[in-house]
Ligand binder design. Structure first.
Ligand code: NAD
Length: 482
């Protein structure tokens, strides 16, 4: 039986104006669901969020938190099924799909806890009669636009703080992962979220994005996705005076110094580069190795790339699943062609997997001798591809690592703690991992990038409060007679 996936507006499910197939990237002839796409509900969703705001903003924060906590509990009960659907429509392995769902559970609970935290500060006034305080209030109607690569964790880390701090939300997930979106929405609705507080709009960004982000009733837009879309959206939103937060691409370096534990470094570089088929904004893409360590490190990384099982993501032995879509497959194989033309040497992988049917599989790939100006080392590939680059020294390695317009995450492998701290200061990325893979985030700390990778205030942890609230400062004098 085909599952139909619809938008959810003002507390009711809405048919689309047309439907499209939700494709399993491991078996593209298998349709996970039928997705209703369309735009008729767009204005209604924003109006529903606007209408629900008045009551939601004055709902006591701990009551809002109670709903988030219950949603976390419901999602935890459903995690295996949700993770399986996530894997079927996105392609990451089942362990990753269930793991990501459990991360969403933890995020919901974390922001439930945040509703019990102080929401303001008192200040000493220059006047003895004045009680002076500042409080954080919600921003209003927030549009959340999310990508397909973390289809439940990223929405959770936007929607949970937005709701916890009293905003109402219109959420547009990537149209290739609608079933996972419905699972998150259902957990919140089943937990008692009032109608209109969270609205789900399923549609193509190119068709509905502009109207969604420029609508006059929208106060703030939180976006995660590509640089091209994010920057365009920012320009339009700025013209209209809307608050904007952007999390975009990366070209994340891993630096391996000569003194590093090379077995550990190779394992973590492989994890950063190949898990989730490299489709993480935080994935390792450039591997900068100090000359004396190059040979041994390279051998170790290549051995891992060749031995990690590529295959059906529902198979428990699989380490690397398919790319998420045909478009992704074309993009990544296009970069492999560019690498070949630019003279890169393929040490492992470098092609579509030959024996896995018509799924969108690309082998974990290690490239060497890629010219520094090649697009393969300049642009985000978003696939299981690591380019090795040789460095003469620590300073050379840092210069190479910083030689990119992006600045999301980085990692360094060394036993030298002085160099580790120097690197943490020298590198221009929003997240720095020492002796850890560049991907993998904890939800209680700020997350975001520098340079072209991000714009606006940080996501996650307490830092999320900055975007989803605004200050109100109150000067209170008792009446003279009191
Ligand atoms: P994308 O920019 O194509 O799409 C992201 C979202 O924007 C989708 O929901 C899409 O439908 C929507 N969209 C598309 N056109 C739009 C428009 N004109 N107006 C409004 N919305 C529109 O990105 P993607 O391919 O889904 O995701 C991959 C990208 O996301 C990569 O660049 C990756 O690095 C980035 N990403 C960044 C982070 C981060 O936290 N920095 C995390 C995950 C992914």
């Amino acid at each position: 039986m085909t599952v139909d996936v619809r938008s959810y507006v003002g507390g009711t499910w809405r048919d689309g104006v047309r439907t499209t197939a939700d494709v399993n990237p491991a078996h593209p002839t298998e349709h996970v669901a039928q997705t209703h796409l369309g735009d008729a509900r767009l204005a209604a969703a924003i109006e529903a969020a606007r209408g629900a705001f008045a009551a939601w903003r004055v709902t006591p924060a701990p009551v809002r938190g109670g709903i988030l906590r219950k949603a976390g509990d419901l999602l935890e009960e459903r995690a295996e099924d949700v993770g399986r659907d996530l894997t079927r429509e996105e392609g990451k392995t089942l362990a990753e799909g269930i793991g990501e769902t459990r991360r969403a559970v933890a995020i919901l609970r974390y922001y439930a806890g945040q509703t019990l935290e102080p929401d303001g500060v008192t200040y000493p006034s220059h006047s003895p009669a004045t009680f002076l305080f500042a409080r954080r209030e919600p921003v209003g109607v927030v549009v959340a636009i999310t990508p397909w690569n973390f289809p439940i964790a990223i929405p959770a880390w936007k929607i949970a703080p937005a709701l916890a701090f009293g905003n109402t939300v219109v959420w547009k997930p990537a149209e290739s992962v609608p079933l996972t979106a419905v699972h998150l929405l259902r957990a919140l609705v089943d937990a008692g979220l009032p109608a209109g507080v969270l609205n789900l709009v399923i549609g193509k960004g190119s068709e509905i994005g502009d109207r969604l982000t420029t609508h006059e009733a929208v106060d703030a837009i939180t976006f995660t996705g590509s640089n091209a879309v994010g920057r365009r959206l920012q320009l339009k939103a700025a013209e209209l005076g809307k608050k904007v937060q952007l999390e975009m691409g990366g070209k994340n370096p891993a630096v391996v110094l000569a003194d590093a534990d090379l077995a550990h470094a190779a394992e973590h570089v492989a994890r950063g580069a190949f898990l989730s088929a490299g489709q993480k904004c935080t994935a390792t893409s450039r591997v900068i190795v100090e000359q004396p360590a190059l040979r041994e490190f390279q051998e170790r990384l290549v051995a891992l790339a060749k031995s990690w099982k590529l295959g059906d993501p529902l198979d428990p032995d699989t380490r690397v699943g398919p790319l998420a879509s045909e478009d992704q497959f074309k993009t990544v194989t296009g970069y492999l062609d560019i690498g070949a033309k630019d003279g890169a040497r393929v040490l492992a992988g470098g092609a579509r997997a030959g024996d896995l049917g018509d799924g969108y599989y690309v082998q974990p790939t290690v490239l060497a001798d890629v010219p520094p100006e090649s697009k393969v080392v300049r642009e985000e590939i978003f696939g299981p591809v690591a380019a090795l680059i040789t460095a003469r020294s620590y300073d050379d390695a840092v210069a190479l690592a910083n030689d990119t317009p992006f600045g999301l995450t980085s990692s360094l492998f060394t036993r030298d703690l002085a160099k580790a701290l120097r690197f943490a200061a020298d590198i221009r990325t929003g997240v720095v991992k020492i002796n850890q893979e560049s991907a993998g985030l904890e939800f209680q700390v700020p997350f975001g990038g520098m340079k072209e990778s991000s714009s606006g205030s940080r996501e996650q942890g307490k830092a999320a409060q900055e975007f989803f609230t605004q200050w109100k400062t109150v000067y209170l004098d008792l009446p003279p007679s009191a």
